[in-house]
Each structure stands twice: as C-alpha cells, then as structure tokens.
Design a protein around this ligand. Sequence first.
Ligand code: MG
Length: 220
Amino acid sequence: MEAALNFAKFVQVGKKIVGVGLNYKSLLLERNLPIPKTPIVFLKPTSSYITSGQDIEIPSGFKVNEEVELGVIVGKKCKKVSPEKALDYVAGYCISLDLTEVGQLNDVRKNGLPWTFVKGFDTACPVSHFVPTEKVPNPHDVHLWCKVNGKTVQDGNTSEMIFSIPEIMSHVSQSVTLEPGDLIITGSPTGVSLIKPGDLVEAGSKSLGIEMQFRVKSAE
Ligand code: MG
C-alpha cells in the first residue's frame, strides 16, 4: 500500500502549482476589466516555492508585484470532478503570494505569449504552512492581508472570488488531473503592489491563524 502523503510537506511532494488570474471583483473593478467567462488558468513551476523566512529574489530588470491568495492543497487524485464533489478532494489550505513580473506582462498578454517567466521565476511562489480542512469551516470566507514595510496594501476576503474553489477544480480537472500535494492559488483581491529589494513583505490570514514574512533582495 502507498504511504499516506504528509500534506504539511506539500512544497516538497506537490507536482504542480495551478494559478487562477483576475478572480476577485475588487481587482477587476480597480482595473476596469470585464468579468472572465471561464477561469484564467496558468501554471507556476514548483521550483518557484519558498517558505516563510526565506528571501524573495528579484531577477535583474524585473518589476514584481505581490498578490496575496488563498492556496488550496489537493488531497486526492482528481480528474473531471464535478463542482458538487470537488471539495471532497481538498486536504487543506495555505496562504500564498503569487509574485508576478508586471514589466513584461502587458507585452506578453498583447502578443499572446506564455506567462512562464512572468509567473515562474525562482522564488515567485512564497507559501505559508499547511492548514487542514477541519480547521477551515468555510474557505469562501477567509480573510487575507498583505503588508509591505509595515503598511497594509491588501485586505480582502475570499467571499469576493468570481469562480469558487469547486468551480476552479472542476474546470481545471477536465483536462489536467489534480494530484495529491498539488497547489491551486485562487486569485488576489485589490491592492497588489510593487515590491523591491530591501522591502519586507508580510502576509497572512486571521481566519487561518497564519502570518508569514519575506525579505526582498536582488537575485544573484
Ligand atoms: Mg494571482
């Protein structure tokens, strides 16, 4: 029999990070963008993971925004799941920062190019510890915050999501099997802001009892 997966080690055992863009009403309003008809899905490589206390490293020439997000850790292999059953496949949650290179993003979007470097550079996925589902009575009512140098820049709630966690899992798993330990990051509320070497980025959630912090430096 296969040994049970230790979900507290999802950073080591997960095979992929699935991201969803533009999934908060406040962010779309801020940018005057229409509501997407289906979730906007991208991947980040697992080589982009860092955990609280490690440094965010900004590659030369990159302009990077932080985006605080609820992360969903997949508990069981999940293929073509219905929205009604999707939450049965969740092991737990974390808080993540979907770091995004915004200097290239508009060009990349305009030219239809992939988001590989924009979303996937080393250290682009800071995450907190794992919180099991039993401790999260309603993942669609989770408070999220982010501070840069002690100043609150993001303060939102997952109730604002356009596509819910089950809708995202159902949509993704129609063609990409979600596997135990995989992470899904579910979009960010308004207030995403630029971070630069020397900054201290803190993020967390009162609802989940999470606080995490990262120093920002230039990549070697
Ligand atoms: Mg994001």
